[in-house]
Design a protein around this ligand. Structure first.
Ligand SMILES: [Fe+2]
Length: 431
């Protein structure tokens, strides 16, 4: 929440407190004064004593009343404050949507925003495919990727129901709702306690659904649902725009998708790494202030930074020297393709270090292209915060600290600074 908003709510609190005190305690004090000055001297000691006892009772009741009134008012102001803060986030988020052209980055950002706004543990977004089934496009949180390839039929489970009816659903106890399909929980090992799901509608047609699972504190409310609806409205427009942008680049998109899938297949232990690196690099680059053209080059470099590993066989992966060839191999693969020529330079340099101790050329400082320095931070951040078959993940805050430790050594301090701001301003980290 902005400073202006905080000041506004503080001033409301102060005025309410003051007006309550004036309206309830001031008349009482005047009454006590009048009684002491004019009434008690005339009525005699015994009557005055009785009146005083009543007065003390009235004062106690007034103070208690004032206390409860203030408490209730504070609660209402706090909810208004939370709502204001969420609306502010929503405005920021929708602006971010408008600026994101690539569907995969956009969809992930939509789900993360929905989780952040509703304090949910996990979330997902499904879109209809050509066969009329809902397909998971993004899964964020501990639900894992095991169910990602599953299709949801029309009307099946909560998501299928929402998509078919075009209506939202809030289920705060899944065990009591017949529509809930426990199959996905069985397969993923995740326990879904509560769900809020709304349809994504564009041109009066349901194109998919967005759902958030397991509210961290309490239950999903009507207010949460209204916020998710607003987000879904903006998201649907942005998805349609991105799709139209991408359909104009259809062949390129298919080839890119093919190569990213090939990387996921070749190194399944790092599945999703390329997409996430591209997404983090995009966030950092925007903070650094790169142009739209540079963002595009960096996006492809993010997706293909490790593509050279496709030429390192499973048996060779234990040989350090062979692994170290992947930036050069990646460069050789992408450089001849005119649209990826600029990206190939970043791919070649993504393992160079700021202090000159990297590879393949041992370049240092400003001899390394900015995009490559961004990729280096983005890729490391993803490795630290993802669970791979060979390692556990660490949380986002620890990962930021870890990267800061290597600022000026492995990473350019300026890029680390931009990275920290970008991640802290994103929905990855709760306020
Ligand atoms: Fe690499």
């Amino acid at each position: 929440m902005s400073r202006k908003d905080t000041d506004f709510f503080q001033s409301i609190r102060r005025s309410v407190k003051l007006s309550y005190i004036i309206s309830s305690l001031l008349p009482l004090l005047i009454l006590i004064y009048v009684l002491h000055q004019f009434v008690f001297p005339k009525v005699g000691y015994e009557v005055a004593q009785d009146i005083q006892i009543y007065l003390i009772l009235v004062v106690i009741i007034s103070v208690l009343g004032l206390f409860f009134l203030l408490r209730e008012t504070n609660k209402s102001i706090s909810s208004a404050e939370t709502l204001q803060s969420k609306l502010n986030s929503l405005i920021g988020i929708t602006k971010q949507f408008r600026e994101t052209l690539y569907v995969d980055i956009l969809l992930e950002s939509i789900v993360k925003s929905a989780m952040h706004l509703n304090s949910a543990e996990s979330g997902s977004l499904l879109l209809y495919d050509d066969a009329g089934d809902l397909r998971f496009k993004v899964l964020v949180g501990d639900r894992g990727q095991k169910i990602k390839d599953h299709a949801v039929k029309r009307g099946e489970g909560i998501t299928g129901w929402v998509a078919e009816k075009g209506e939202a659903a809030i289920i705060n106890d899944t065990s009591k709702d017949k529509r809930f399909n426990a199959q996905f929980d069985k397969e993923s090992g995740y326990r879904t306690r509560s769900i809020m799901c709304v349809p994504l509608v564009h041109s009066n047609e349901v194109i998919g659904v967005i759902e958030v699972l397991n509210k961290r504190n309490g239950s999903f409310s009507e207010e949460d649902q209204r916020l998710l609806y607003s987000l879904a409205d903006q998201a649907s427009i942005s998805i349609a725009q991105s799709r139209s942008f991408e359909s104009r680049h259809s062949d390129l998109i298919h080839i890119t998708e093919l190569l990213v899938s090939a990387q996921d297949f070749h190194t399944p232990e790092k599945r999703g790494h390329a997409r996430r690196t591209a997404s983090y690099a995009n966030m950092i680059a925007k903070e650094v202030g790169l142009s739209e053209g540079e963002l595009k080059v960096l996006y492809y470099a993010g997706l293909f930074h490790d593509i050279g590993l496709l030429k390192v066989s499973v048996h060779e992966r234990t040989q350090k020297e062979k692994i170290k060839q992947h930036p050069q191999l990646g460069y050789d693969m992408t450089n001849p393709v005119s649209i990826w020529k600029d990206a190939s330079e970043l791919i070649l340099n993504h393992h160079e270090r700021y202090d000159g101790a990297g590879y393949p050329a041992g370049k240092n400082g400003n001899d390394i292209p900015v995009g490559a320095k961004i990729l280096s931070v983005a890729s490391t951040f993803d490795v630290l915060t993802s669970t791979y078959s060979y390692k556990e993940k660490i949380d986002y805050r620890r990962a930021i600290n870890e990267i800061e430790t290597y600022s000026g050594k492995q990473f350019d301090p300026e890029i680390v600074k931009a990275f920290k701001t970008a991640i802290q301003n994103s929905d990855l980290i709760d306020d």
